[in-house]
Design a protein around this ligand. Structure first.
Ligand SMILES: CC(C)(COP(=O)(O)OP(=O)(O)OC[C@H]1O[C@@H](n2cnc3c(N)ncnc32)[C@H](O)[C@@H]1OP(=O)(O)O)[C@@H](O)C(=O)NCCC(=O)NCCS
Length: 215
């Protein structure tokens, strides 16, 4: 892996994320490009009832997850999507994901989505991950505004975003569906230069981690 330049403020804005996602590290967690070998663990987590309850349907099998991971590399290389694996510091396998989807061509606005395996809930991994993703989105991609949509009855995620410093902006009617029932979502945002989501003690470092080297 080739080390990237990092200033004291975190990620270098000169990072070309289309060539490969950086390795982003805090004392609690590593965010890195997905690997094909993450598929079994991610499939299990995504299909667990407590995660599936609040997420759009995930690929249904390990093989389908492998195809999703390969798709994520191609979309990243084309500049249309990014998906990081969430790896606890004492592990080598992803136990969750953070993804960014452009809401306009060029990523002026982007939607952040995530899920994390239940044993990691309440450990601070989510807060570190959102902070790193905001840093990455604003500095490396050039996103101006991150949006996050969360079902109104997803108390954990809504509480976590409030704690992190995201702004709750409104209620989107019938914007999610689960088991055939429509649900309202809260719209949350993080705006570059306005909202500050620094987590004390967190430092980002980055290394190019090409997908081909990480299979
Ligand atoms: C969303 C998710 C990542 C949250 O991670 P987490 O580690 O539990 O988050 P945190 O512990 O940092 O924050 C959760 C907060 O909610 C609080 N909380 C838990 N249950 C709650 C409830 N019923 N009502 C209000 N607050 C509640 C917790 O106490 C905690 O706050 P605290 O640290 O001040 O005590 C995890 O729940 C998940 O993966 N859910 C499934 C997928 C999902 O919901 N994705 C979001 C849609 S994009």
């Amino acid at each position: 892996m080739a080390a990237l330049e990092l200033g004291p403020q975190g990620l270098s804005s000169r990072l070309d994320w289309r060539e490969g996602l950086p390795l982003m590290v805090t004392p609690r967690v590593v965010l890195r490009e997905l690997r094909r070998s993450d598929a079994p663990a991610l499939c299990r987590v995504a299909r667990s009832p407590e995660v599936a309850r609040h997420s759009w349907p995930a690929p249904p099998t390990v093989e389908a997850f492998e195809r999703f991971i390969e798709w994520s590399w191609a979309e990243r290389a084309a500049g249309r999507y990014t998906c990081f694996g969430v790896v606890p510091r004492d592990s080598i396998t992803a136990a969750g994901i953070f993804e960014l989807r452009p809401l306009q061509p060029g990523f002026f606005r982007a939607e952040l989505g995530y899920f994390i395996d239940k044993p990691l809930w309440g450990t601070g991994v989510l807060q570190d991950g959102v902070r790193l993703m905001a840093d990455f989105a604003f500095k490396a991609i050039g996103v101006h505004r991150i949006e996050i949509r969360v079902s109104v009855d997803n108390a954990r995620s809504n509480a976590a975003l409030k704690k992190i410093g995201a702004q709750q902006e409104g209620r989107l009617r019938a914007s999610f569906v689960h088991d055939g029932a429509y649900e309202d979502q809260y719209l949350w945002s993080l705006v570059n230069g306005i909202d500050h989501v620094a987590v004390p003690g967190t430092r980002a470092r980055a290394e190019i981690a090409p997908a081909q080297a990480a299979v």
